[in-house]
Design a binder for this molecule. Sequence first.
Ligand SMILES: [Ca+2]
Length: 387
Amino acid sequence: MLSDKHNCSRDHTLLFVAFDLEERQPTFNVSCSVSGNCSCAAGLCGSGNFVQNLTEYLNNTGASFQGAIILDTVLNYNDTPNSQRLPAGFDVAFAQQYQQVSQNQFRGDFLVVIGRAQDDAQLVSGITNFFKKDETFKSIAVSLISGRPSTWDQIYQNAVDNFFRSDHYHFWNAEPSLPAVFLTDSADFRGYMQQCYHKNCDDISHVTPVMVEFLGQTADSLVEVATNMTSEKCQTKKTDCGIQQLTTAEGEIMTPYYNTEYPNSLVCEWIISVNAEQKDLRLTFTAFELEESVNCTADYVVMRDGKDKSAPLIGKYCGRTLPEPVYASAQSLYIMFHSDELDAFKGFKADWTSTETPTIKSTAHDYHPVTWQLISFLVLMSLAIGQ
Ligand SMILES: [Ca+2]
């Protein structure tokens, strides 16, 4: 994850599960069709088995379950008027949602978020609030009554059975019932899937860039809600380095979090200024691993021969090649590190050194030539006067 989070801890484990045997399996022989003992006679067998195991685990361990987010056909986006069909009776049972779709000329341009009124309220609002925050795509929540569907009134069950059509059903119907939300593009109720659902023409030829973006927003909403469900606690990397003024004769500089990953979108400046008695100020890179880019436009280090950003440029560096040592013509060097918003690497480390210039000391000997010159001048003077 492109993140400046680090040292994260989570109260709950996040599991990614791919359920198999979602569809009803064909009955290959008479005994199977008679006994009903087929590999998956009723459909949703993979999730049924998973939820059974999960329920046993929760009962045995006393562990808590935060919820499940189920995705089933989530790619199909269609903003053509009348591309969205709705189940019979939807206009009566879900009048507000019907009106919303109707006012939008029955465009199939939204994610359907299916949950139960109280049991799944947190999951539903997590997803729908994410879609409200990033207004590129819309979501519409369909809210059913709470509890286990198999205990609901049969008329109500029949009216909403289109909203049972995925693996969330077994979570809802578990004993005790488990929170789950079902995200879908509505499958055979939308666009080409009205003709191609479960047929060979449901192929990649229908996929458009906007569908991939739509899927991307659904995935992003899932990441945010699932992360929140884990009660993740992280420290955020400091992303403002500021300017460091360094005045010692030697020392070391390095990018933040060196050897793990430097933060994204960062600017760090170092100004090394040694005092006037020091000479041969030199910076030597000891480790270097930045993002590689053409002309070093992504992540880079800039070195200047002087004490600020207007000083003459020595070089701009990126990638993984250790730069040659850099020498200052006077007593200061300016170093700037920049990282862009994507892809972080280990960073760099560099040492600076300088040497002390021996101080010129005055001694009596130094004055002897001057003294003798003065005396000889005086002697010459007196000779001239005496002439
Ligand atoms: Ca980068």
